[in-house]
Design a protein around this ligand. Structure first.
Ligand SMILES: [Zn+2]
Length: 268
């Protein structure tokens, strides 16, 4: 067995940071080859620190690290992509914060999972560019898949029969679809329309390039949202905090207040 090098370089997407000590940050980052890592950036909160502005949450950054006994230290950092458009638009920002919280909540420490890194990166890029409505359900479903929680979409989770076209239901507690005849007790059950089922299957097998162009009806989008939130709540055994912020911003978008604010932010 070889010991890992004391100094190493990696790119990372910063999930969050937390002020510790007099001028330091404790960071949680997601890396392509090391999974979720926590590291200390000493002095990063000092005005003159060379690390400042390169380690903000949601940035894609290149870091030079030294292995420590408990936590690794960040010696150098250089931002690769700041995703400026996301930061300046409340609607996109709320979605990005939800995405980063979700990755943080579902992934264990230091377990390499390159598909999750690629998904996170793809989602940040998409939010920065066109922020397609299909991004969120795609992100949620794929994150569940890459974490080992892909819902069953072809068979009834109760009796195992192949789903025939018709009215189906979905149970987040059992992680999948139910046929017409099964009515298990004491599990939460949500409606699952044929359209939504088809979209879920499409999200499960297609590349993001194809999904980005997918047009979703408002009703399907709402149903997807409800299903994914219920499934994630079941998997994580708690509410994702950023969901509330996400919903508040989404409501503002349809009523008016915030939409005016975001519109003025995106100009220029
Ligand atoms: Zn059944």
């Amino acid at each position: 067995m070889t010991t890992p090098p004391k100094i190493y370089k990696t790119e990372a997407i910063v999930l969050k940071h937390f002020a510790i000590g007099e001028a330091d940050y404790l960071l949680t980052m997601y890396t392509p080859n090391g999974g979720k890592l926590r590291a200390v950036a000493k002095g990063a909160r000092r005005v003159k620190s060379k690390l400042g502005g390169h380690l903000e949450p949601l940035m894609r950054t290149s870091v030079l690290m030294t292995r420590g006994q408990n936590l690794d230290n960040i010696n150098q950092a250089e931002v690769m992509e700041g995703f400026r458009v996301v930061r300046e638009d409340l609607d996109r920002l709320s979605r990005a914060l939800y995405i980063s919280e979700l990755v943080d909540a579902i992934t264990p420490d230091e377990q390499p999972n390159y598909p999750i890194y690629r998904l996170l990166f793809e989602a940040m890029r998409s939010l920065n560019e066109n922020a397609a409505p299909s991004l969120m359900p795609y992100f949620q479903l794929r994150l569940l898949d890459y974490s080992g929680f892909m819902p069953e979409l072809y068979k009834c989770v109760e009796c195992g029969s192949t789903l025939a076209p018709g009215h189906h239901r979905f149970t987040p507690d059992r992680g999948g679809s139910l046929c017409d005849s099964c009515h298990p007790l004491n599990v939460s059950v949500l409606p699952l329309s044929l359209d939504t089922l088809k979209v879920l299957r499409f999200l499960q097998r297609e590349t993001y390039a194809n999904i980005e162009r997918l047009h979703l009806e408002q009703g399907t989008l709402l149903e997807l949202e409800r299903l994914m939130e219920a499934l994630l709540r079941h998997v994580l055994d708690r509410e994702v905090k950023a969901t509330r912020f996400l919903n508040q911003v989404a409501q503002g978008r349809t009523s008016d207040g915030i939409s005016t604010l975001t519109a003025s932010n995106t100009k220029g």
